[in-house]
Every structure is written in structure tokens, then in C-alpha cells.
Design a protein around this ligand. Structure first.
Ligand SMILES: Nc1ncnc2c1ncn2[C@@H]1O[C@H](COP(=O)(O)OP(=O)(O)OP(=O)(O)O)[C@@H](O)[C@H]1O
Ligand SMILES: [Mg+2]
Length: 268
């Protein structure tokens, strides 16, 4: 079972889209997949056009079990949804013991999935720290702009903090370039900088694709909407690299958490 948190502290870098695309593709291949929505925006419910009476709030704060909170979204694809009640879960958890480990404790005994993806919000919230302490790995989507790289640098620095304070190491599963536009120099420059600093941890890029926006308006995954679109094909490539073979996260700078090197590389 692989548990992967998708995070970047910058908003709109493709976190939710990545979780949905990788998750739905793997589910269609027959793997058992679970998506946990850790974002008050509740985008997973909206995107898959599903609802459920119990949400992440109930799982974290109330005594509801995982079984009571999960909903089947598609064949082989389950989810625990979120909505704006999750904001108050954050406040209630603050005063509780082992507050950063609540999710991991609630998920103990949930073992019948091949992949669990966590859709994080763009923040260093307590809920996200819960996500990171539960996940063994982190996937960082970076849209091809400077602020998204800054957000990624902060994510890697936070991993360092977790390593120090909780004595937990979270592996970088991959750095995923998103919104890649092959027609612009900036996009290629940022891609080159990412590869220079993070080496083989950098996954194949996902190109900008109007079909992806259309899919999200139609409340379908890209594999339901247009599986021959370029973003669907790009996500299949990402899946192949991420889950079949190649060892990632071996770049020394990334392993040592030298996130500042990325910004220096971009600055030239
Ligand atoms: N490859 C792509 N091409 C075009 N549009 C895309 C692509 N990937 C995602 N989008 C669109 O960009 C928007 C933002 O993507 P998404 O919601 O996945 O980002 P996010 O990182 O989860 O945002 P937030 O930080 O608000 O949670 C969505 O409307 C989505 O449909
Ligand atoms: Mg999102």
C-alpha cells in the first residue's frame, strides 16, 4: 500500500487534478484506490459529483469510523470527502493530545487499498501536518511559474522540520511539473531548473490542456471525459514512471532538503 500526499503551498498548481487523474487511472486499471480530501474547498466531491453524509470532519473530530465516512465514487475508487466544516476541525484538534497524528490513528487498520492519495490544501495547516505524518511519501505538483516553485521549496523545508521534530522521514515520491506550455521559453527554463536540482525525482511534465478544464466543468475525470487528450496521455506517463520501476528521490540535493538550490538554479 502506498500513501501519497499531494502538496504545494502555492494554490492552483494542479494538486486536486493530479490526485483525481492518477487515482482514477489506477482504479480503472483495477487497483484499489482511496482519495482523502484534506482541503476545506471540498473539490474532490465537486469534481466527482458525489456527496456523503459523513466527511473528513467526522473522521478527525467525531467518533465516526473510516467505514462510516468513506463513499464509493467509482468502481475501485473510494473517497473521504471534505467541506467547509473541516475548518472547525482544525480548531478543535488544536487542544487535543497527539493532534498531528489523529488521521494516522484513525486510519490504523485500513489496509485494503493499493494506493491512498491525499489532496492537501495550499497551507501549513494542522490538517495538512496530519496528512504528511500519515503519508509515507509526498508528491509535489509545480506549475511552471516562480511562486509555485517557492511553494514547493517551502514544502521541502517543512519535510525537514517534520524530520527533526517528529523523527519521521517522508520520501519525495516525485516533483511533478504541471501546466507545462512547450511554446514558452519560461516553461522550458523552469523545467530545466527543476531537473538540475531534483534530478530523477522530476517526473514527466503534464502539459496545459483545455480538455482538462472542460473535464472539470463536466465534473468528470479526464479519463472519463477524453482519455486520448494530451493531459490524459501525460498523466499515464507520470503513472508509469511513478509506479513502475524507476527509483525516485535519489538526487542528493533533494534528499538533503537543500531547497534553496532550486531558487538559485532558477535565478541563474
Ligand atoms: N493540465 C492542465 N491544463 C489545463 N488546466 C488544468 C490542468 N490541470 C489542472 N487544470 C485546471 O486548473 C485549475 C486548478 O487545478 P487544481 O484545482 O487541480 O489545483 P489545486 O492545486 O488543487 O488548487 P488549490 O490550491 O486551490 O487546491 C482547475 O480548474 C483545473 O481544472
Ligand atoms: Mg485543490
Amino acid at each position: 500500500m502506498r500513501i501519497i500526499a499531494c502538496q504545494n503551498l502555492k494554490g492552483g498548481t494542479g494538486k486536486t487534478t493530479t490526485v483525481l487523474s492518477l487515482g482514477s487511472y489506477l482504479a480503472q486499471l483495477g487497483h484499489r484506490v482511496l482519495i482523502l480530501d484534506l482541503d476545506v474547498q471540498g473539490n474532490i466531491a465537486e469534481s466527482l459529483e458525489i456527496s456523503h453524509s459523513h466527511t473528513m470532519y467526522d473522521l478527525l473530530v467525531d467518533d465516526f469510523s473510516f467505514e462510516a465516512c468513506k463513499v464509493t465514487a467509482r468502481p475501485n475508487l473510494d473517497a473521504v470527502l471534505s467541506d467547509n466544516t473541516l475548518a472547525s476541525a482544525e480548531m478543535l484538534l488544536v487542544s487535543r493530545p497527539r493532534r498531528e497524528e489523529t488521521l494516522a490513528l484513525k486510519m490504523r487498520g485500513v489496509t485494503d487499498y493499493d494506493f491512498i492519495f491525499l489532496d492537501c490544501s495550499p497551507s501549513l495547516s494542522l490538517i495538512n501536518q496530519n496528512g504528511l505524518l500519515y503519508a509515507g511519501e509526498i508528491l509535489v505538483p509545480i506549475s511552471m511559474d516562480y511562486l509555485a516553485m517557492l511553494g514547493a521549496v517551502q514544502v521541502v523545508e517543512n519535510l525537514e522540520m517534520i524530520r527533526k521534530y517528529y523523527e519521521r522521514t517522508i520520501r519525495i515520491a516525485g516533483i511533478l511539473p504541471t501546466f507545462h506550455d512547450p511554446r514558452t521559453n519560461l516553461s522550458w527554463e523552469i523545467l530545466a531548473a527543476l531537473r538540475e536540482v531534483y534530478g530523477p525525482a522530476v517526473l514527466p511534465p503534464v502539459r496545459v490542456d483545455a480538455r482538462m478544464k472542460e473535464a472539470s466543468c463536466a465534473r468528470k475525470t479526464i479519463f472519463e471525459y477524453d482519455r486520448r487528450s494530451r493531459s490524459a496521455r501525460d498523466y499515464i506517463k507520470v503513472c508509469e514512471v511513478l509506479f513502475h520501476g524507476q527509483t525516485l528521490g535519489q538526487n542528493p540535493a533533494a534528499e538533503r532538503g537543500e531547497a534553496g538550490a532550486l531558487l538559485r538554479a532558477v535565478a541563474g
